[in-house]
Write a protein of this length. Sequence first.
Length: 245
Amino acid sequence: MHVAILAGGRGVRLRPYTTALPKPLMPIGGEYAIIDIILQQLRAQGFRRVTLAVGHLSALIRAFVGDGARWGIRADYAEEDQPLDTIGPLFNFLDRLPEHFLVMNGDVLTNLDYASFLRDHEGSGAPLTIASYQRKVKIDFGTLETIGDRLVRFSEKPTLSYGVSMGVYAISGKTLAQYPKNTPLGFDELVLDLLACGERPRVYEFDGYWMDIGSPDDYEEANRCFQDMRSTLLPTLSAAEEVVA
């Protein structure tokens, strides 16, 4: 099984941390880099090949991950000469990937079973499967629902729930075959292209632990709760560590 890890972003929202380190190398709990946790989870779940799409501070990621032997995974790289957004980097190494493969951001902390997720996609026939998490948003104001200038509903500081993308996808190679190399393309554009063609992506709902390290607040929260979440994030690591040892 093969996974493409998107690790080339500049991490603008996470500055000033990312002025010195790319997001995948940000330390969690004072013990692990984010990419370390991801790679150990992937290895324990049966993944053997990883391609990292790198750009910003790529030399640091290459130095840390190397050839992947530390995790019992074969790692290679695809360097971005220009920003290609979130999906564009895949076009440049599509020939290295199998027909069905996992794609994920390099800054995600979750206990999602990646292998089961990929197998579920393979059996679905969908062009793209999106891992989804219900995110609750507290609105600090009373909300007004109107028809014309008449109020029809009022809610005082409601909590809204939305299904959001976790930054983890399963993709079939034929879905991307139409795009030429070195074409910038965002995940949002890919989804809109598929919908316009009548090909609906599949949504895989997940209710476990998920944290997207997208902002300083998110990063600090991940570190605050890491000790409490160790047993959620790390139980699959022991098998990988034994193999590496």
